[in-house]
Design a protein. Structure first.
Length: 75
């Protein structure tokens, strides 16, 4: 049963990671998740958007999200 739950969780996280607006939820995931694996996954989402789309995103969105993540990392 645990293997099934892990597979389902992986599918949900993969779907989230592929969503174009997933990066806008990274700060919330980092703040509220208690799972280190989930936090790591959220940081991977942010890393991907920084590498692939950061320059074309609205500056106000980037600055707000980046600031939130930076503050979380410092805590």
């Amino acid at each position: 049963m645990e293997m099934l739950q892990q597979r389902m969780a992986q599918e949900v996280l993969t779907t989230l990671k592929e969503h174009p607006d997933a990066w806008t939820r990274v700060d919330t995931i980092l703040e509220y998740s208690q799972s280190q694996q989930t936090k790591y996954y959220a940081l991977q989402i942010l890393e991907n958007v920084i590498k692939t789309r950061w320059k074309v995103l609205p500056r106000t969105q980037c600055e707000g999200s980046c600031l939130s993540v930076c503050l979380w990392c410092l805590l």
